[in-house]
Design a protein around this ligand. Sequence first.
Ligand code: GRG
Length: 284
Amino acid sequence: MQKLKEIGKLTEQWLERLLPSEETKPETIHKAMRYSVFAGGKRLRPALCVLTYRFCGGDDDSLIFPPACGLEMIHTYSLIHDDLPAMDDDDVRRGKPTSHKVYGEAIAILAGDALHALAFELLASAGNIDVVKEVAHTIGTDGLVGGQVVDIESEGKKILEEDLLFIHRNKTAALLRTSMRVGAHLAGAEEKRMADITEYAERIGLSFQIVDDILDIKGDQELLGKPIGSDEGLDKATYPRFYGLENSYAEAQRLLNEAKEIISKYENSEFFVELADFLLDRAY
Ligand code: GRG
């Protein structure tokens, strides 16, 4: 998607400026932070943040890009920790060896911690305490951490439908939703628009993880930048395991159609409509 690539490029220029250089002492940690951040990635969360900000009338790049980069740092930090031997124990991410494979576990943990800290510095720089609170809430036990805990505890077990939904909503959808809400908040969006953006984002977020589950079965590992089949290897709770591939795809399609319907009544919503189509049939 052209727009996603365009904002991705700008995000990378900002990340380049906002991350300490590799020559800054202690060099190892800055190298490790940069290694994972610049390993690739779609930059979906910062793009959602920036484009929602613009969609709601915001026009100050120097206000929105630092918090948007903070969201990408949080996402990267979650990937580093998710790949650790104590969690999913993955060797490859974004087409490269994972952080702990290159820097060892201690530095990988600290690289995640340091990205976490810098992210909040950048989020706070936008001067809106509600935004800082919302992001903190999103990544805690009522969000990413909570989803990850139930994900880990569900490995190898027969799980309930409500647990599967809990994992996907919290582990993945929450940060995508909050990325859009941060953009909307910082542009001063009014209540109804904020509510519709939230409804749209929740559907995009849940379908994103459903498609992620599908790609782990029938995706191209070259394009994905990570091996496929790891969910099955870890006996993870996924949509296809619960409902089958076809029904999972149909559910993602249903959610994305609803998302399009919600957002398309607004002017200048073309990107968000196009994004829903892209996310359904993405290959990476
Ligand atoms: C508190 C941030 C934080 C983390 C601790 C480790 C953990 C709790 C949570 C893990 C959450 C996680 C890894 C969810 C998976 C989300 C997901 C679908 C990742 C892939 O996202 P893409 O496809 O990746 O956007 P790229 O590489 O394109 O950015």
